[in-house]
Design a protein around this ligand. Sequence first.
Ligand code: ACO
Ligand code: ZN
Length: 223
Amino acid sequence: KETNDQLIIDAGQKHFGATICKSCGMIYTASNPEDEMQHVQYHHRFLEGIKYTGWKKERVVAEFWDGKIVLVLPRDPAYALRKVEDVQELVDHELGFQQVVPKCPNKTKTFLFISDEKKVAGCLIAEPIKQAFRLLSESSGPESSSSKECPRAWQCSNVPEPAVCGISRIWVFRLQRRKRIARRLVDTVRNCFMFGCFLSTNEIAFSDPTPDGKLFATKYCNT
Ligand code: ACO
Ligand code: ZN
């Protein structure tokens, strides 16, 4: 079933042939045995990690024409928690995050976007917070040298503002980005995080955003 169409990315160099795997999204050089080996390993681990066989008791919190969102809570059966762990491991690996132990593991809510192909196409991990620091736009703060060296060191306000829900991870499978999956995950969190109310964008906060995360969050919070 899996196709491996080759897509040649022209990066302006001669003899540069990069292939993107249509199943796992890894970009590698097919002519390089070491690269190919790494791909085979990653491919297997990734597809195993995002495989979703369906659970007897699943908490579907949103349904769409192209998939659904399932919520996993800390006291759910071991098979559900194991899937969340596997997905988080893939996400953390991609983001280059060290395994961070959540501050309140018994209060973490994980939202999985399950595609029609029975794969986890998106993941959002949320936890309760009391305050957050507003991200300042690059132009408003004084230029600091550290923000150039480390692209994650955005300027933050030092005035805490009340918040309710912290988004510690948001991730969408590489080959399914820009299909509003992240947007739908955040909409669903705002609707489900606290019973009976729809959180405003001021009440949610993205922790330690990556450049992608920042672009998404900025767009999401302004629209
Ligand atoms: N560049 C510019 N704008 C973007 C980008 C981007 N990379 N991603 C999203 N947006 C904006 C767009 O305006 C988009 O609307 P449009 O497609 O109509 O123009 C809008 O945000 C909504 O985007 P979605 O389609 O809902 O976002 P997507 O499903 O592609 O997921 C995400 C965005 C989660 C950031 C994805 O790119 C991803 O998984 N990246 C890698 C992992 C990562 O960096 N996650 C953030 C970590 S930070 C944290 O977890 C707190
Ligand atoms: Zn692959």
